[in-house]
Design a protein around this ligand. Sequence first.
Ligand code: AMP
Length: 176
Amino acid sequence: MTAAKLDLAAIIRRVPNFPKPGILFYDISTVLADPVAWRAAVDRMDRLVDAWQPDVLAGIESRGFLFAAALAYRAGRGLVLIRKVGKLPGAVVSHSYDLEYGSDTLQVSEGLVPAAARVVLVDDLIATGGTAKAAVHLLTKVGAEVAGAAFFIELEGLGGIDRLGVPARSLLKLAS
Ligand code: AMP
């Protein structure tokens, strides 16, 4: 099988009822562990991202870091990490958002994103879009122009991508 024809969706491991009953977890570890699949995944994601010609990529903790780092290195772009609360040293900018129960906070280091930089957000998977939307808010707060958002997997029927308010694309559309 050549890399161009590789069925990446078939390589992703499905784990039912993780991390809680009723959730079908898409485990990208099987893609990461397969060198041909991982290279194909990054190369195909690069085509989505490159169309927006970003200066900087922003990866969402934690699996988003894997894609964002590989893509930034591949295309010679900067990389910014969007982390969960309490993980970043020094001055941070925060954005809190509502979850089904309670709330959560994303943070980015202050002064790291160049003024008016064109940033593309990267994550492994978009479900409801809550996390990615919060990341878009955070990047906007620090003065970035969010040119787009790219996801390896989009869960179908949840409308996550339409919720972001920025151009967004996904490589694989899978059942939620
Ligand atoms: P959401 O905020 O609902 O779009 O959820 C997206 C975040 O949760 C991403 O960072 C994903 O890594 C993770 N996630 C949500 N649902 C799943 C799933 N079914 N399988 C794997 N990861 C998931």
